[in-house]
Design a protein around this ligand. Structure first.
Ligand code: TRH
Length: 377
């Protein structure tokens, strides 16, 4: 059934809000033939991951999605059949009035943040508040059965597997972003928030017998890298070697290219929500820098994910993964925990492939939303 859908996205900070809203919008349009409008209040972050975006325009078409500037002076607009408020954003009052005025009330979804905590399963699809006759529902992405699942495009894993089997294709991609991998080096990507613990991890990589080629898309972690390298500036394309470690600064790339980078690397350091999920689809070992929340509540989320993710690992490998992730997120000892991880590298690598396959058995988030709508009408 061809439905129309409005997705509302307020960019609070960084790239995750729009990164996720954009993926969902594209999937609903391309894979489910929905007519999608994506309302975004600030398109600058969007433009960094998709250069075709013109930040001056009030509306523009991108891959079958109508991207609209969500202005403070809201234009009178009819409401769609499905209305998605990304990350609990507040809709314009006039728009809510338009929802209530519809002959057939729309399905109003509050798309929440990703969490592996078990309460999420019980809350997914529960009714939330009402505006006049219009009921809002919670929708939770997640890793467990009963949640809304994760964003995953049709054919993503097949594409990734084909890419990872073709060394020439990987080389071609890496070259396109200025990377010629150092022979026999461990290739690692680094996308993280500022982290005081970075220095000790870079120290141990530099001291290692095994060579590392570290690829850093240009973003906020660059200042910590610069500090460690003791250089006055770092720009895209710069390369610095410290013993066994070569650090290379990459451009902040298109979303599709970033996927390819994750697929090329032996280990990916990721953050927030979307890069975290994409690294799981890469089927390679990862380290998550979780988004910091007041009163350390993010640590509950971190531990919930670790509990789930490491269930089928041996006790020793589990201890290593948990120790490393906790060290990275809580100022722990990166040197000792990195060494521990290296001792279980093979098991952890195989596990990341298995985890990816297990997660892909769940319906993806866009499909879960469509099914919810179909069962609701
Ligand atoms: O940018 P983030 O820190 O976003 C965060 C989180 O979503 C967090 O949960 C939320 O509360 C906060 O925003 C407001 O990290 P995230 O989620 O990984 O999003 C990064 C996006 O940027 C993702 O879509 C991938 C994309 N990206 C590129 O397109 N090109 C790049 O070169 C890189 C490094 C990332």
């Amino acid at each position: 059934m061809k439905a129309c859908c409005d997705i509302f996205c307020r960019v609070i900070d960084n790239y995750g809000d729009i990164g996720i809203a954009w993926r969902l919008a594209k999937q609903l349009a391309v894979e489910h033939s929905y007519e999608v409008r994506l309302w975004v209040d600030n398109a600058h972050a969007f433009k960094r991951m998709r250069q075709e975006i013109n930040v001056q325009l009030d509306q523009q078409w991108q891959e079958g999605v109508q991207v609209c500037h969500w202005r403070t002076d809201w234009p009178q607009t009819e409401s769609a059949d499905v209305v998605i408020a990304a990350f609990s954003c507040q809709l314009p009052l006039n728009y809510m009035e338009a929802m209530a005025a519809r002959e057939r009330t729309p399905l109003w979804i509050n798309l929440d943040y990703l969490s592996a905590e078990d309460w999420v399963t019980g809350c997914n699809r529960l009714p939330s508040v009402k505006f006049k006759s219009v009921q809002k529902y919670f929708f939770f992405p997640g890793f467990r059965l009963g949640t809304g699942g994760l964003l995953r495009e049709v054919g993503l894993l097949a594409q990734r597997q084909a890419f990872q089997q073709e060394v020439a294709v990987q080389r071609q991609f890496l070259q396109s972003v200025g990377v010629i991998p150092i022979a026999d080096a461990r290739l690692i990507s680094l996308f993280a928030y500022e982290n005081a613990n970075l220095a000790s991890w870079l120290d141990i990589l530099a001291m290692d017998r095994h060579v590392t080629h570290l690829l850093v898309p240009y973003d906020c972690i660059i200042s910590d890298v610069q500090h460690w390298l003791e250089v006055t500036s770092l720009a895209v394309g710069d390369m610095h070697q410290r013993n066994a470690l070569t650090v290379q600064v990459l451009p902040f790339m298109r979303q599709e290219q970033y996927d390819h980078l994750l697929w090329c690397c032996d280990f990916n350091v990721v953050r927030g929500e979307d890069s975290f999920v994409r690294a799981q689809w890469a089927g390679r070992p990862l380290l998550w820098h979780i988004y910091h929340q007041d009163k350390n509540i993010h640590l509950d989320k971190l531990n919930a994910f670790l509990e789930l993710y490491t269930t089928t690992l041996s006790q020793a490998a589990k201890t290593a993964v948990v120790a490393l992730w906790q060290a990275w997120n809580t100022d722990g000892d990166m040197m000792q925990t990195w060494k521990m991880l290296l001792e279980h590298w093979q098991e952890v690598s195989l596990h990341s492939q298995k985890w990816c396959l297990e997660q892909s058995l769940q319906a993806d988030l866009a499909t879960s939303l469509v099914k919810f709508y179909e069962s609701w009408i």
